[in-house]
Design a binder for this molecule. Structure first.
Ligand code: ASP
Length: 582
């Protein structure tokens, strides 16, 4: 028997008990006549003690030699500590060691296995198995387990069935590139790894499964933006015989359950906002509503004066920054420099200080009087003491720029509190999105999303205006889930493919199986998928998803621990028909 207890178990109630513990040597404190060893495992740390009076000399000598991270097994008696440590659950006791056996030595780890480690990100990723021994990483993985267990519990209680769908499939279009896998047995042919189980979950609905979920890996070969992983996990869900309202209710229920079980929060019903309103009020389809600073559109009150920059702009829009009137000239200049950075891309910024005495001081006083500026303050809901920041230009770009500024200022003003949770639904997404470069439309969500009832006709005349039965769940400025009501009619699906630029042959070749299935009594259905990695990190009060993944990839998509991706040898290439010249 390796152990009678774990290193997190023992309390004062165990005093005088003979125990066997196994674990890693976390730390050795050698005072000569007495040695303390912190023994660590997943469950905690227990202090071991050996001393001249009570321990055999040979054992004491052996203990002195123990290096950090050696794996040992000890036998001993639980005794009361003279100086207790209230900071750890086992702090009232220690184990007086009578036998010690080394189970495995450890060479010197490349960084210290402590909560605050001296190891940088790269070295920790290379030795991730050592990093996982550290509390912050270990706790995140345990937290993730807790969240996934709650998800499984809640959904199975609601009669969802977890069904596994294949990983070696044909392309599912979610807007990214596929990872492909060559087929040895079918020369020149390739599987694609699923970007999501989208088509399979729809086929499960045709199969009558009615309520499906799966905690599932998805693969997208994208240029890695910060904090994206080429493989990531979704809580993927689908339901039959549902309208949008049913889906929103079901998954608002799941999210409320998680907030309650994880954080003890009783949530109100989640607010809903249309995509158009989200763009108008926050310049963003995933607004962080933990704080206000909503956009005020100023065209009506700022145009048709002598200020040409505004007159020629499609949109003039501002936000009020709480307390910003006290910013110095230099601070405001720095803010202007910030919006002019290429990453943000604004040409400049107009500002208005709303002085405590009710007067206004702006960077455009030459063109606007106090009465004009009072109207700006009204529209942006600025109070005395606030600063109004105004950007102008092309609508989409200006909104994106002001949204970036809003988030930056909220960060600086400490308004994005990690333990505050502000979920909301964004609904009525456009069905199609214009690709500015090619001038063609593609599905904003995916090609299986159904247009809102009665909008199919609009597809011919003004495709950009068609709204979809598509929705996102947003939490603290992050999209944590997204889904839609699907098309379940073969002809409508065929029409949709046509509008997306597929020839009938292409549509048949790629998605014939789905349209065929629709001919056999496909029920109305819809669903949603949550990004589990992000959901867990937000619930955990942190921003980086890497910290909640056991073995993440770095920003170049590499696993630096196992050193993947890696070349394969010529023999393998040949077998896979990838090299024909050997
Ligand atoms: N398959 C979609 C996605 O991965 C989610 C859904 O529509 O259910 O975003």
């Amino acid at each position: 028997m390796y152990r009678s207890n774990t290193c997190g178990d023992l309390r004062a109630s165990h005093i005088n008990k003979e125990v066997v513990l196994s674990g890693w040597v976390h730390k050795v404190r050698d005072k000569g006549f007495v040695i303390w060893i912190d023994l660590r495992d997943r469950y905690g740390i227990t202090q071991l003690v050996l001393d001249q009076d009570r321990t055999a000399m040979a054992l004491l000598e052996q203990a002195k030699e123990l290096g950090r991270e050696t794996v040992i097994q000890v036998k001993g008696k639980v005794i009361e500590r003279t100086s207790k440590n209230p900071n750890i659950p086992t702090g009232d006791i220690e184990v007086l060691v009578t036998e010690l056996q080394i189970l495995n030595e450890s060479i010197l780890p490349p960084f210290t296995i402590e909560d605050d480690t001296d190891g940088g990100e790269d070295i920790r990723m290379k030795y991730r198995y050592l990093d996982i021994r550290r509390n912050p990483v270990k706790n995140n993985l345990m937290f993730r387990h807790k969240v996934t267990m709650e998800v499984r519990k809640y959904l199975s209680d609601q009669e969802f069935i977890e069904v596994e769908t294949p990983y070696l499939i044909k392309s599912t279009p979610e807007g990214a590139r596929d990872f492909v896998v060559p087929s040895r047995m079918n020369e020149g042919q390739f599987y694609a790894l699923p970007q999501s189980p989208q088509t399979f979950k729809q086929l499960l609905m045709v199969g009558g499964m009615d309520k499906y979920f799966q905690i599932v890996k998805c693969f997208r070969d994208e240029d890695l933006r910060a904090d994206r992983q080429p493989e990531f996990t979704q809580i993927d869900c689908e339901m039959a015989f549902v309208e949008q309202e049913d889906i929103l209710n079901a998954f608002e229920g799941l999210t409320k359950h998680l907030l309650k079980e994880i954080h003890g929060i009783d949530s109100q019903d989640f607010p809903r906002i249309t995509y158009d309103d989200a763009m108008r009020l926050y310049g963003n389809d995933k607004p962080d509503i933990r704080f206000g600073m909503e956009f005020g559109e100023l065209n009506a009150v700022a145009q048709h004066k002598d200020f040409n920059v505004f007159n020629s702009a499609e949109l003039v829009v501002g936000i009020s920054v709480p307390g910003g009137a006290s910013y110095t000239r230099k601070e405001i200049d720095r803010l202007i420099d910030w919006v002019r950075r290429p990453q943000v891309g604004a040409k400049g910024m107009v500002y208005v200080k709303c002085n405590e005495d009710g007067t206004y001081k702006s960077s455009v006083d030459k063109f606007y009087g106090q009465e004009d500026l009072a109207k700006w303050a009204e529209v942006t809901k600025a109070k005395a003491g606030d600063l109004i920041c105004v950007l102008s230009g092309n609508t989409n770009e200006t909104r994106a720029q002001l949204s970036a500024l809003r988030m930056e200022l909220a960060e600086r003003l400490d308004l994005r509190k990690p333990d505050d949770f502000a979920p909301l639904w964004v609904v009525d997404f456009p069905l199609l999105e214009l690709d500015e470069e090619t001038g063609t439309y593609h599905a904003m969500h995916h090609p299986f999303t159904s247009p809102k009832p009665g909008q199919m006709e609009l597809l011919e005349t003004s495709p950009g205006e068609v709204k979809a039965n598509a929705y996102d769940l947003v939490l603290n400025g992050n999209e944590i889930g997204g889904g839609s009501i699907r098309i379940h009619d073969k002809d409508i699906q065929a029409t949709m493919f046509k509008h997306l630029g597929f020839t009938p042959e292409e549509a048949k070749a790629q998605f014939g199986f789905l349209m065929d299935a629709f001919q056999y009594g496909a029920p109305p259905h819809g669903g949603i998928a949550f990004g589990l990695d992000r959901l867990v990190s937000i619930l955990g009060g942190q921003e980086t998803i890497r910290d909640f993944i056991a073995f993440p990839k770095n920003n170049s998509g590499r696993d630096v621990m196992i050193d993947a991706p890696a070349p394969i040898d010529d023999e393998q290439l040949k077998e896979l028909h990838l090299r024909l010249d050997i």
